[in-house]
Structure formats: structure tokens, C-alpha cells
Design a protein. Structure first.
Length: 182
């Protein structure tokens, strides 16, 4: 799997360029429509060509970046993947209950985080040292909540709730509890 930081940076650049193209074309279109004189009137063919261009550009961008999202292929082929490790975690009263004080997984290992909520809707997110998010899911009581992930980089990670669950929710942070080893 591609690291989500690389995907985020690449998509930020691609979508920024896309937004700038749209803004420039809209400015050009607005200028042409509001300029006085017959030469400034935009013909219907040009207008529809403009709309079609934006649609094709947007769809192409989505198709091109879809394959870069790290979890897509794993989710699509999930029925055929046997995880190397399943970690069961429960959440109740604004606290994560881990099976051990420190969770250890191997780099390249496919891990399923099976998280169960006993009372409220929570979030389950794994974060890097710099505070950026690796992955996350919503944890809804009474439903299957599991997240399959393959860690490509070794390091120490933090688990925190990514969903508002009341005023105590911001304290749901377990610093440095997940270690990915070589």
C-alpha cells in the first residue's frame, strides 16, 4: 500500500491545479459574458464545450487518483484476504480497552482492528508522531466495525477517537500504544 501522506500530497497538488483551471476558465467566461459588444458574446457551442471540458477533466482526475488511494484495493478484495493479525478493541465510557498495554505488529503485516462500542458512537483513528492520520473509521454500537490495514512504515503510532462523542471525547487519546516493527 502507498503511504497515505504521499497520496494526500499528490491529491492536494492535482486538485489545486484542477481548481485553478476551473477558476481561470470561470473568470474568462465571466469576462466574456460581461464585456460590451457583439464580439464578447459567447456562443452556445463554446459554452457547452466549456462545461464538457470541466466534466471530462474532473472525471479524469477522479479516475487517475482513485488507484492511488491505499485502502481501495484491499477493501475491494477483502473477502479474499486473510489477515495476519486481528486486534480486538472495545470502547465504553469514553475509554479504549486494548488487549495489551502496547500493541505490536510487523511491518508489511495485514492487521484487522476489530473495534466494538458498548455505548456511544466513537471514532477509531491511528496517527503518526507528527499528528497526521494514517487511517480511521467510525465505531457504531451494535454494528461490525473493523478496519483492515497494512503498515508499510515502522514506527510508533497513537490511537485516538476521531468522532465527537460528547465533552469527554477529546480525552480519548492513547499515545504511543501501537508499534510497527521491521
Amino acid at each position: 500500500m502507498v503511504d497515505s501522506t504521499l497520496v494526500l500530497n499528490g491529491q492536494t497538488i492535482a486538485y489545486t491545479i484542477y481548481a485553478i483551471v476551473i477558476i481561470l476558465l470561470m473568470a474568462w467566461f465571466g469576462y466574456k459574458v460581461t464585456t460590451e459588444g457583439k464580439a464578447s458574446v459567447i456562443k452556445a457551442k463554446l459554452f457547452y464545450a466549456f462545461v464538457i471540458f470541466l466534466a471530462v477533466l474532473g472525471v479524469s482526475l477522479h479516475l487517475a487518483t482513485n488507484a492511488t488511494i491505499p485502502w481501495v484495493s484491499m477493501d475491494l478484495n477483502r473477502a479474499n484476504i486473510t489477515p495476519d493479525k486481528v486486534i480486538e478493541i472495545s470502547v465504553a465510557d469514553h475509554q479504549f480497552k486494548l488487549p495489551d498495554d502496547k500493541l505490536v505488529v510487523k511491518k508489511g503485516e495485514i492487521v484487522v482492528f476489530d473495534v466494538t462500542s458498548e455505548d456511544l458512537t466513537y471514532g477509531f483513528g491511528i496517527f503518526r508522531k507528527d499528528g497526521s492520520m494514517v487511517c480511521q473509521m467510525q465505531v457504531v454500537p451494535g454494528h461490525k466495525n473493523d478496519l483492515m490495514w497494512k503498515f508499510e512504515k515502522s514506527g510508533i503510532y497513537t490511537i485516538r477517537s476521531t468522532e465527537y462523542s460528547g465533552p469527554k471525547g477529546h480525552k480519548m487519546v492513547l499515545s504511543d500504544v501501537l508499534e510497527v516493527k521491521e
